[in-house]
Design a protein around this ligand. Sequence first.
Ligand SMILES: Cc1cc2nc3c(=O)[nH]c(=O)nc-3n(C[C@H](O)[C@H](O)[C@H](O)COP(=O)(O)OP(=O)(O)OC[C@H]3O[C@@H](n4cnc5c(N)ncnc54)[C@H](O)[C@@H]3O)c2cc1C
Length: 322
Amino acid sequence: MKAFEYATALSTDSARELVGANGAYLPGGNDLLALMKEYLVDPKRLVNIKSLPGMDKIQSGAKGWTIGALATVAEIEDHQELAKAHPGLQQAAAEVGSRQIRNVATVGGNLAQHSRCWYFRHRDTVCLKKNGDLCYARNGENRYHSLFTGNPCISPVVSSLATTFAALDATAVVLHEGAETRMSMAELYHRAWENPLAHNSLENGDLILRVEIPVARSRSTYMQVSDKHAFDWALVSCAAAAEVTDGKLKSPRVALGSISPVPHQVEAANSFLEGKVLDDAIATQAADMILKDAKPLEHNAYKVPMAHALIRRALLKLKGDA
Ligand SMILES: Cc1cc2nc3c(=O)[nH]c(=O)nc-3n(C[C@H](O)[C@H](O)[C@H](O)COP(=O)(O)OP(=O)(O)OC[C@H]3O[C@@H](n4cnc5c(N)ncnc54)[C@H](O)[C@@H]3O)c2cc1C
């Protein structure tokens, strides 16, 4: 690992100042320190943000739930009131890595974690994500990669929390150049959709302060399939959320992870589901719509039926059938 300076920030302003142009925020360090040990990133200064006041709170209010960026994934998993309000979020949190990782991993770090693409993670491979000329996964080992992308890089977003936050229509509140800006999950990852160098839309120095979840959807669920039952990222993940009144869906949303550089959502499918009473045929039609434009590669075509099954199951679970 290359030498670096270390500083502790006690306010968001000082965090921003300390991180400067070449530093990185350090909350849990799960991803950041691994990237540094592999010489994939070399921040000149690590800014410990764990002491920033109030940023680890999980609170509810009239408009919904607010989750501070320094809340840990384990705290989400263990929060009983939050689990009642948004079971899908609790289920997603419980699937992250292992309990040891969840105890340390923060919400902000989970959302801002970097690509898991093994070509990107190989220190000697200069792929598109590292300013090279080629996406080696495209014609290489692409079993973990995207079915959708807006650029030649096929590395998907793997944050389990992002998938659920997208289905819950949550907003990330980000401190950008001294002012708070609000980003949907689609906006938080949009730059990765169009630019192979990006893992998300954050600029250097942007600080995720909190995530806000509106009250609109009282039912939610999250499911994933992984190679291993624990200590592993999802091959495909799916979250669904809605209000269900007299059996009819209101404000339904479905989002998928690990198949696109952004949490994959298809507005037409959400509109199609609005007001519907769920049954297997409706869930199947929605899944068809969501996956219609998938572009599988040589080794990841298995993700299409896997995603299809997860969407159907997640939707039927919203109704209580699966
Ligand atoms: C074996 C294993 C299995 C895993 N499985 C899963 C899984 O199934 N699902 C999943 O989602 N994750 C999984 N993870 C990833 C893990 O959840 C993340 O590495 C962790 O959540 C990162 O959080 P952290 O606080 O440690 O972030 P750090 O590593 O400290 O930071 C990560 C990045 O985010 C930036 N950052 C952190 N906080 C902020 C902020 N508030 N504002 C702006 N930028 C910020 C940092 O500067 C850094 O670039 C797994 C990890 C391991 C090791």
